[in-house]
Design a binder for this molecule. Structure first.
Ligand SMILES: CC(C)(COP(=O)(O)OP(=O)(O)OC[C@H]1O[C@@H](n2cnc3c(N)ncnc32)[C@H](O)[C@@H]1OP(=O)(O)O)[C@@H](O)C(=O)NCCC(=O)NCCS
Length: 164
């Protein structure tokens, strides 16, 4: 069944929380090992709304299969036309084109919102995410070595850039 891409609503927060905490627990995509509660995701959604930044979900057969969002890349005013994106798809729904569908919509929203550059910050070993962003036209990664740590190892951060 094809995914239906739409803005996130409060009722999606439990599914978003489950996907977010699974990524904290099982992956190097989010550099913390402290899982969050629903109130944390409520604040996250509210902050995006307040800033006019989209949070979108992919719905498959009535279930939230994944989500994507962007927020300011850095805080100072001079960075206001650059955003950093994130995209997460639940394990059971991966390799079905859902992240691509989410990102195509997110990029369209960024363009419509007058954003100039989108940045993806990716753990350098995450070949799935790097391939995804490459296929969407993001430039080759620029990597900062050993700037993070999780699961007792140093992590490299790859930045990929899409000019909108
Ligand atoms: C990265 C992630 C979002 C991809 O989601 P997905 O819905 O499975 O991706 P899609 O099916 O839309 O794939 C789109 C493209 O991404 C690439 N890709 C996705 N998964 C891949 C994998 N496991 N290995 C290699 N390439 C992969 C491919 O280029 C793919 O195109 P193709 O299917 O035509 O080959 C998903 O694996 C995920 O949520 N991972 C955990 C969280 C994460 O790493 N998020 C990104 C943080 S920066």
């Amino acid at each position: 069944m094809p995914a239906f891409i739409r803005p996130a609503v409060d009722a999606d927060l439990d599914a978003i929380l489950t996907i977010h905490n699974a990524a904290i627990r099982n992956s190097l995509a989010i550099w913390t090992d402290v899982e969050v509660d629903r109130a944390d995701r409520e604040r996250w959604l509210a902050a995006h709304r307040a800033d006019g930044h989209p949070v979108i979900v992919a719905e498959v057969d009535g279930a939230v299969a994944g989500y994507a969002a962007y927020s300011r890349w850095r805080e100072r005013i001079g960075y206001r036309f650059t955003v950093e994106n994130s995209v997460y798809v639940a394990d059971a729904y991966q390799r079905q084109g859902i992240a691509r569908a989410l990102m195509v919509e997110l990029i369209a929203l960024a363009r419509a919102g007058g954003i100039h550059v989108m940045i993806a910050g990716i753990e350098a070993g995450n070949s799935a995410s790097i391939a995804l962003h490459e296929s969407l036209g993001f430039e080759q990664p620029v990597t900062l070595r050993e700037v993070g740590t999780k699961f007792d190892g140093w992590l490299d951060l790859a930045f990929m850039r899409l000019a909108l």
